[in-house]
Design a protein around this ligand. Structure first.
Ligand SMILES: [Zn+2]
Length: 80
């Protein structure tokens, strides 16, 4: 698995939709690649912040989160 494929698989991984095989490949790459570990960790953190912002419209998102990323997550949230 390449880093590029890793990024493609990440959403499915986080929503638990990977097959056992893909998941094993994903986790194997994760164990080898520091970059992707950091990437996954910061992605998770951002999703958490995005969810908080979704639950509370007045929530303050720390300024170190890239605004572009926050916007993308807010744009992807389910519509009511
Ligand atoms: Zn990687």
């Amino acid at each position: 698995m390449t880093c590029r494929e890793f990024a493609d698989f990440m959403l499915d991984y986080l929503s638990d939709e990977l097959s056992a095989e893909s998941r094993a490949a994903f986790e194997y790459h994760l164990s080898l690649c520091t970059n992707c570990r950091h990437y996954l960790a910061s992605y998770r953190e951002t999703v958490k912040l995005g969810k908080r912002a979704f639950e509370d419209d007045d929530a303050n998102v720390p300024s170190e989160v890239p605004e572009e990323l926050v916007k993308a997550i807010l744009a992807a949230r389910p519509r009511r």
